[in-house]
Design a protein around this ligand. Structure first.
Ligand code: NAD
Length: 260
């Protein structure tokens, strides 16, 4: 379905980004990965997912908190792959503290990585998408783009911000073939959430399984984690022709979290 398209997924060496990259490759999209840590394992995983279509997989290690590095990543995608048709803004970090205790550098990093990086990648990707009159921008927000939790002020502010960015840019592009939408996952068991499970286990003096159950029970009525693969399939749908007229939405995949 996505044969010949070029997808760039930020923060895709792990977790949700890697899951989305694999599903896009399985539909035939060439993929540019980004993120910290080992890139060879994720590259091999995505290449295997797209093997039937002979997809190409590239990697650029831009630090998404740095606009100049984002520009270099977009230039790499243009030079090596011919541009970006599908942009998935996924890179993100978390820090948990009350507002009055929130370290200033953590606040700045979360706003830069979880929000401003999407603006920079979008402003660089949109001109070519407009020219082609086709493009897909998928911003990975969160249930925290729709509702709040205590001690997550920077994350909640950034995720509400990215939902706003999604809506405003979708309106600017409404008469074109470029769509912009957000996906709002609830709990997904990735390294980012495992840290919160570990903190819960330590705080409550319980084991890993019980800490996971407690975390889910607090917010997510299904009591099930959403998986990166499920989010990847939603991304594939948003890239399909069936989603041509889906614009500016914040699509929750949260086991009922925001229905409460
Ligand atoms: P993760 O920690 O598994 O992956 C985060 C990815 O971002 C990694 O590849 C990491 O290397 C990359 N990254 C971090 N800082 C970066 C930087 N400065 N520059 C480039 N790459 C950077 O986390 P995840 O759970 O897969 O989270 C992915 C996205 O999904 C985030 O935006 C997160 O807020 C969002 N999200 C996660 C959950 C969840 O429950 N896990 C729920 C809702 C939303």
């Amino acid at each position: 379905m996505l044969k010949g398209k070029i997808a760039l997924v930020t923060g895709s060496t792990s977790g949700i980004g890697l899951g989305i990259a694999c599903r896009l490759a399985a539909q035939g999209a060439h993929v540019v990965l980004n993120g910290f840590g080992d890139a060879e394992g994720p590259k091999a995983e995505v290449a295997a997912a797209g093997k039937a279509h002979g997809v190409r997989v590239g990697y650029h290690g831009a630090d998404m908190s740095k606009p100049a590095e984002i520009e270099a990543m977009m230039a790499y995608a243009a030079k090596e792959f011919g541009g970006v048709d599908i942009l998935v803004n996924n890179a993100g970090i978390q820090h948990v503290a009350n507002v009055e205790d929130f370290p200033i550098e953590k606040w700045d990093a979360i706003i830069a990585i979880n929000l401003s990086s999407a603006f920079h990648a979008m402003r660089l990707a949109i001109p070519a998408m407009r020219k082609k009159n086709w493009g897909r921008i998928i911003n990975i927000a969160s249930a925290h783009g729709l509702v709040a939790s205590a001690q997550k002020s920077a994350y909640v502010a950034a995720k509400h911000g990215i939902v706003g960015l999604t809506k405003a840019s979708a309106l600017e592009l409404a008469t074109t073939g470029v769509t912009v939408n957000a996906i709002c996952p609830g709990w997904v068991l990735t390294p980012l959430v495992q840290k919160q499970v570990d903190a819960r286990a330590a705080k409550d003096g319980v084991d890993n399984e019980e800490a996971k159950r407690r975390l889910l029970a607090e917010k997510q009525p299904s009591l099930q984690f959403t998986t990166p693969e499920e989010l990847g399939e939603l991304a594939v749908f948003l890239c399909s022709a069936a989603a041509n007229n889906v614009k500016g939405q914040a699509w929750a995949v949260d086991g009922g979290w925001t229905a409460q």
